[in-house]
Structures are given as C-alpha cells and as structure tokens.
Design a protein around this ligand. Sequence first.
Ligand SMILES: [Zn+2]
Length: 499
Amino acid sequence: MMTHDLHFYNSYTRQKEKFESITPGHVGLYVCGPTVSGESHLGHARPYITFDVVQRYLRHLGYKVRYVRNITDAGHFEEEGRDAIDKVNEKAKLEKMEPMEMVHKYTNLFHHGMRLFNNDDPAIEPTATGHIIEQISMIETIIERGYAYEVNGSVYFDVNKYAEGYPYGKLSGRILEDQLETTRELDGQDEKRNKADFALWKKAPPEHLMRWKSPWGEGFPGWHIECSAMSSKYLGEVFDIHGGGMDLQFPHHESEIAQSTIAHGHAPVRYWMHNNMITINGKKMGKSYNNFITLSQLFSGDHPVLEQAYHPMVVRFYILQTHYRSTLDFSNEALQASEKAARRLWEAHELVQKMVHPGNDTAGDPKLDEQVNTWMRECTEFMNDDFNTAKVIANLFELTPVINGIKGGQVKAGALSAATFALLKVTFKVFLEDILGMQALQVAQNNKMDQVLSLLIEIRADAKKRKDFATSDQIRNKLAENGVLLKDEKDGTVSYSIE
Ligand SMILES: [Zn+2]
C-alpha cells in the first residue's frame, strides 16, 4: 500500500478528496491535448505545465503513471455559440497545405514548446486520425444502445434521452434548459432532434479534405468522441484522473462522460481536474478572442504587448507561482517579477548544493534549525493539499535567505545540524528540480555566451598565476565595459553577472 496523504479537488464532486488509485501503485492520467490547427499560446501552456507537475508529483510519491495526452488532428467542432466547423480542415485550406502537412508542422512546434518548458513527454500521445476505427466502433455501440441516431450521413448523440436517466450537466453545473437557451442556430441544427444534441460523426461535404469511410458514408469524427475512444483504449473503461482546462468542462468533458457512460455502462473517470484560465486585461486568453500570445512570440518577445522576451523557465515559474485553480492575469510586470524570483531561487539551489556543512550533529541555532525543518516539512504538506505549488515556492523563498546567510557569514555555518543541512539540499533538489520541473535559466539562451565567458575566465586565471596583471585586468575591465561583472570569490572561483 502506498502511504501518502494526497488530497485534491475533484471538479465532478466539487470537493477535495483523498486520492486512491484504482490499481494500487498505478495511476492512469488522461489530459486533453492540443488541436494542431495552429500554434499553441500562453493560455495552452497552463494545463500542460499544471499536469506535468501533477504527474511528476505522483511519480515522486512512488506511483507508476501512465500519462496519455492526445493530439486533435481532425474534427474539432465549435459546438457552442459558433458555427460547427472542422478546425483542422478549415485552417489547412487557408494555409494552402495538405491537412497532414499542417498537422505535422504544428505538432512539431507544440513538441518543441513542451521541451522548452521541460514538460515530460506523455507515455502515449494518440492522434484522432490514428483512431478512426475505435471511434466508429464506439459510435456504433452508442447507436445500438439507442442513444444516438443517424441523419443524412451524420450521427448525433441524443442528449435529451440521456438526461432522462443520467445527470447531464453535473460536471459543468449547467442545466439542460440553460444550454438550450444559450445555443443559437448551428450548422446541422435542422438534422438534430434537439438543439443540445452533439455530433459524433459528420458527413463530409464534397470539398472536405479529411474524410474516412464509415457505416454512414464518408465523413469525419466529432471532437468529443476521440477522447472517449482513446482514453478507454489506453487507460481502461474507468481510469483515475482526467485533466484539462476549465473551458473544456462544457461541452467537451460533459459529452465525454455521456458517450462513455452509454458505451461502457458506467462513468469513465474517478477524479476530474481542471485548471483555471490565463486572462489578459481580465479576459480569457484564447484564439476565439484574438488576444493570445503564441509560445514563439513569448520566447522571442515579438508581440506588441510584450516588453521583452521571456525564457520558458520564467513562464513555467510564473504559472506555478499561482495555484492552478485560480485565474492568472498576464502582465509584463508579473513575468518580470517571476524572472527575478526564479533566478534567485535557482541561485540558492546551486549554492546550497555546493556548500559543505562543518559537521556538527546538533544545531548551533536550535530555533532556526526547527524553523527550517518546519518550512521543509510544509513543502510536502502543500503538495498533498491540492498540488499547491504557489505555497511550495513561497516556502523555498523562506529558505533562501538562510542559504545566502550561511554563504555570506550572517548565519553561522553550524547553525543547522548536519541532518537538517542535508535535508535542505534534498528539499531544493526534489521540489525545485524534480517536482516543479525547473531548470537553470541561462542554459537555453546563453549557452554559447557561457562557454566563451568560461574561456575568458580561464585565460584570466592563468594570467594572474603568471602575475601578468595587465592581461587579467584588461579582461576584467573590458568585460565590465560590456556589462559582464566578474567577481573573485574567497575560494578562488570566479562568478559573473550580466547587467
Ligand atoms: Zn479531450
């Protein structure tokens, strides 16, 4: 048995629950992936970073995690308030590309962004186009059970019939009458028995590029059915955790529940998790609002609202500094503050790993020792309380002045016991690197610069050894003129900072 005290918020029951996996020691996690008809933006970064930390923490607790995140490369409908279109097909026509050419381009870009964020790869990344057979078979089952019907080559899910026996709308908190009132006339509306019905399969018009043979003629699958078909294929008919952005609760996740419940005879998911949105000037960031900043714009600074480029680790840190269920408002000031903060924590981390404890078993400053232990212990408690990364980061900040103080001499080297000091090193390594997934900020951008600087620092050290102070001073002064400050440390190493 796994001994841990992990509790988190289940969006379906609207309360924090203790986590218990269906199969001891194993977790099945499904997260809705990107629709690859365009580049991912900052708003998309949040779920992928949030659930990367979730799977990292579950692994830290000792679970074997099967993390499945799909790629939507066909048939993403906008069912609510907008015309029903196949996003992938439409965008491909616009860009004059083969749909698969476009899908490949944006999938690669997405993967590149995920690597820069240091997100672990999912164990399985299934595509909608690779699972047409599974989707057709699931639709057939739903028709057989009497909860879907075919009209002119398209198949719709019968929401009214489902709502008679099951709590449709429970996840999103919408009642059926509300849904009907807010749904305007959509494409295919004349074919549906009821406005709330959603498409499982759409007949492909002659100009539609992405099309597959089916029992109902040539067409393409609806968006919701892919996640039901692929999650059950790889994680089973009931699995542990389903994650995604809050904006997916309706209609996407509500429809997933309905489809899977009918096809399998029971609800598909034990715990639903949803991250809140990133807003910009108080409005949700999204493609349909035309206020988004793509990941490459964010990393290059090439967008009118950006004052500078932001390192992927700064963006990651900025997202994790807020609890995943709170909204997060974009601003340059917030990202710049995150940049400073991330740098400061990483420096403390590097510093503490290099430091050597004088060896005393008992603490020279018992009060401080106890406080440090409390801050460290709380990091685990915060993660166990609904993955509160914001509070973990706050505690790492409490520990930072202690580390800097020992280095600077304001805190006595033996103030902490050897055991506490060893745990301090482990705490930074485990929480900052392994669980929060942070990396050094310089690596990605200043790699070449680092190498050139190391060479100059070496040449200068050599010159000093030979008492060639003219050369060593020249290197230091020239670098200073260019904003690179060298600092000689007591132990003979040289560090630098860039102004
Ligand atoms: Zn999905």
